[in-house]
Design a protein. Structure first.
Length: 142
């Protein structure tokens, strides 16, 4: 199963406070363990929401809102995509993670949808389109 592991933002991350060399080294070691175990598929940190935008959808209308966004607890500061056997395995990996923030922090784990989750609505034509797009993405990365 694939999961998205989200590092929730804190006041430090939203203030643009960068991690120390020691913190980056500890996270590098953790990421290396994930890669060696075949768990990590991708991951990155995000700039503070002050550098972002949101697009609100209302029927056919679109409204763009510039950051920063006020609810820090609802924001994401970084993420990984992992391939694990179960949600419990993902939890065990997260427990090994160094604290990603200088203050108390939180990491959220959520399963990604897989083709079988969509049932009959996911027609062979839609599946073929998705497979083609995934192949194109793989080719673009090379």
């Amino acid at each position: 199963m694939r999961v998205m592991v989200m590092v929730k933002a804190t006041q430090s991350s939203e203030s643009g406070i960068m991690p120390s060399t020691a913190d980056m080294a500890a996270m590098g070691e953790f990421n290396e363990a994930l890669v060696k175990a075949g768990v990590m598929l991708s991951g990155d940190g995000l700039h503070p929401s002050s550098r972002g935008k949101r697009v609100h959808f209302s029927g056919p209308g679109r409204t763009v809102v510039d950051g920063p966004f006020s609810e820090t607890k609802e924001l994401v500061a970084g993420f990984w995509i992992w391939q694990v056997k179960s949600l419990d395995e993902a939890v065990e990996w997260v427990k090994r993670c160094p604290n990603p923030m200088p203050e108390d922090s939180e990491i959220e784990i959520r399963p990604l949808f897989e083709a079988e989750d969509f049932g009959d609505e996911y027609t062979p034509e839609l599946r073929e389109q998705e497979d083609r797009l995934r192949d194109e993405l793989k080719q673009a990365k090379r």
